[in-house]
Design a protein around this ligand. Sequence first.
Ligand code: ADP
Ligand code: ZN
Length: 746
Amino acid sequence: MSMFADIAFPISSYTVFTYAVPDKFREDVGIGSRVTVLLGKRNTTGIIVSFPQKPIFSGEIKEIISLVDPYPVLDKFLWRLIKWMSKYYFSPIGQTAKAVLPAQLSLNYTPPKKWAVEITKKHNMSNLGREFRSAPSQKLLLDFLIQKNSSVTVASLKHLASNPLNVCRGLEEKGLVSLTKVESIPDSGSFTFEPIEKQISFSRSQQTILDELIPQISGKKYISNLLHGVTGSGKTEIYIELVRKCVEKNMSAILLLPEISLTPQIAGRFYAVFGDKVALWHSKMTSGIRVWTWKKICQEQCNIVIGARSAVFTPVKNLGLIIVDEEQESAYKQESPAPRYHARDVALMRGKINKAVVVLSSATPSLESYYNKDYKKHVYLSLPERFGGAYYPKVSLVDMKEEKDETGKSDQLLSGLLLKKIHKRLNLNEQVILLQNRRGYAPVMRCLDCGFMLECPHCKLPLTYHKTGLTMRCHCCRFVNRKISEECPDCKGTQLGLFGTGTQKVEEYLTEVFPKANIARIDTDTVKGGRSLTSQLKKFAEKKLDILIGTQMIGKGLDFEDVTLVGIINADTGLYLPDFRAGERMFQLIYQAAGRAGRHKKPGEVVIQSYQPDNPVIKYAANLELKQYYNIAMGERKILHYPPFSWMCRVIISGKSLERVDSASWKIKNEFPIPFSGLKILGPAPCYRGKVGSKYRHQIILKSLKEQDPNGEKLHHYLRKYFSQKKLAKTASVQIQLDINPISML
Ligand code: ADP
Ligand code: ZN
């Protein structure tokens, strides 16, 4: 009997196509196998999603041309996860599979090989003095290798000889060294600190947490936990202990980190304990390294994965534990392209599918998780004190409206208090972290004569002035203007003024005020390649830097002994964005940033600058009063029917013609089935970012009250009824996207 396979492709279409499986592949194909077939006129890689008894398609059925991978790239658990995601997030199965699998898996990447060299036994016997009279560089190299007494890469000998390979070959001819080609671990060193060894003895409260979690790990049962531990309470050490237990039981573990800036330090700790069992997985990896890592994980050579949101998909075998660090972070949400998934929610589902333990962890949990703990969805574990008796920092809140310089000018960048405190800390040879959550130099440039604002020609949002590289950039659509206007495009006035503050301006100002201090800036502009991120953080750890300025990238997770002062330059940034989570986010950012100070023996302090020191978000964050703030925020969410009290879906309608976007939006709204009780529909209305690049954007918001729809199924069915696969397929003029449990409302 002939065998058929339905195949999905990584395109935004829901259709699957049927192909015949030639006899020679019968034994090797399975669901989740990747194959090459002819699609239209082109050879295309697709993924087998099912084996139908007979094809529905009545035309000519083509044969599978070849298998892409010689080993399984997915197991049945991952395949179930993909299917769940595809359904839950309304994204085509092929496109969902594409989000899970590394793009170039089929390239058959082999890691680069490097020459390695090692001394042989013979060197003891040779009479070095005479043999080397005419070859001083051979002597130099040999001495070095004798001292090393282990294999080193030839490339690392460049400081001893201009062409070390030639010199080594000379030594090899004399039988003194042996040269071999080894597979080099691709570039792992550039995202991690040297292994960081520590003597650990757990505090009583840490031990209580471990006593609860460790027995869970052997259970082969899905349990979700919320670990709520204040900053500096030693959560990272708890992760390490849990992973150790996992590995002892021959199970693997995944640790998700929200931000690449957290990777080097935590990876350093993990490498010290687990060595090359650890694989890193993040956005800055090249596709070659990605493929290599995927294979290592498939072949079970690495069973601990540390990485960004997509690490939740890595094909570890026998998964025992997933930890989601800083689970409240919006970076866990994939915004584009589809599937618009949330790695925390996917982690919970993967835990369920694999019968593994999930630990959501944070000093400032999301309101969703905080709410879920009250409904016993998670085991709630709390670590209310800092480790080792370290104190909470002392916080001062500065009202920037009162700050004026000697001439009476307001609008100061740094308050007198913060300046004084930085001076003091520098004199004590301690370190300072300054947070300004905006990159670039100044977010607005305006004509001082007519008030005209320079804006992005596509998005109509203000262009940010970047002093490094001298450009004007749109932070929304990435438009770059490489020529800075010298006159107002509107009135031709020549007085253009810069308004607002970005990290570059803070850096420039500090360099002037503290000329002797070593200052570095970390934001997405300075750490494009990732390598410089690690080297800057390393320098900071080694105290070669005094002040670190940065965006939210440096606001959380970092642990430096000598940081005793944290300054938040403008706590108001982002507070008034039209997004119901704006307050929650600001609170978490301030609370976390404050948590970088005084984590060890030396007590720390925090200065928060704000123009609205009476705003509850700022006030409670400054007092580190989490419960109080969360209660207020919960109250507001409840009244307004926002998550966590409802399930939400955002329908985004976009296209190049405003008219068509508008009419398509109303058509959708008018065609919706009759709402069920507890469902609220808002819009259509233009998004806050009403135009991004060349596309206009409208949105419709659906909220389904949890009281009537406890697990969101009613909303899901309702959406499924209306948004058929055909409706979601992109047409030439208008695209409809569903964002399930949206995070950004902009
Ligand atoms: P958190 O992640 O909760 O903010 P960390 O895990 O970074 O806190 O811990 C803060 C500091 O205390 C780190 O330097 C960590 O190594 C140290 N620490 C935490 N627990 C222990 C322990 N049991 N023994 C020794 N040092 C610890
Ligand atoms: Zn733009």
